[in-house]
Ligand binder design. Structure first.
Ligand code: FES
Length: 107
């Protein structure tokens, strides 16, 4: 049985602008939280290629580009779209409530 989701506050909602990304750390893990036209999303925060921080990457449309070797990932699904990375990113739910953004992580 899956563990229950726990919601962790990431930042004030208005700190995250359109086509922007912030980093969030919890329990030694790094996450990236994005705002794009279709809403807010979260993925693992480290590139599966050589662990660059995706919060330092460039968000364009529905994609984030790794700052190190320019792999591209589809933000809503985490799917890798351009090498050298070959693994997809994990994705996590995000919700916006009372002016704050929260990421849902299994507790
Ligand atoms: S570290 Fe991201 S593409 Fe190499």
């Amino acid at each position: 049985m899956a563990n229950e989701l726990q919601w962790h506050e990431v930042c004030d909602a208005d700190e995250l602008e359109m086509e922007d990304v912030v980093e969030f750390e919890n329990g030694g893990n790094v996450y990236a939280v994005y705002r794009i036209k279709s809403g807010c999303y979260a993925t693992g925060g480290l590139c599966p290629h050589e662990q660059a921080r995706l919060a330092d990457g460039l968000v364009t449309g529905e994609f984030v580009e790794c700052p190190k070797h320019n792999s591209r990932f589809h933000i809503p699904t985490g799917k890798v779209k351009k090498v050298p990375a070959r693994e997809d990113l994990a994705t996590y739910p995000v919700r916006e409530e009372n002016g704050k953004l929260y990421i849902g992580l299994e507790g």
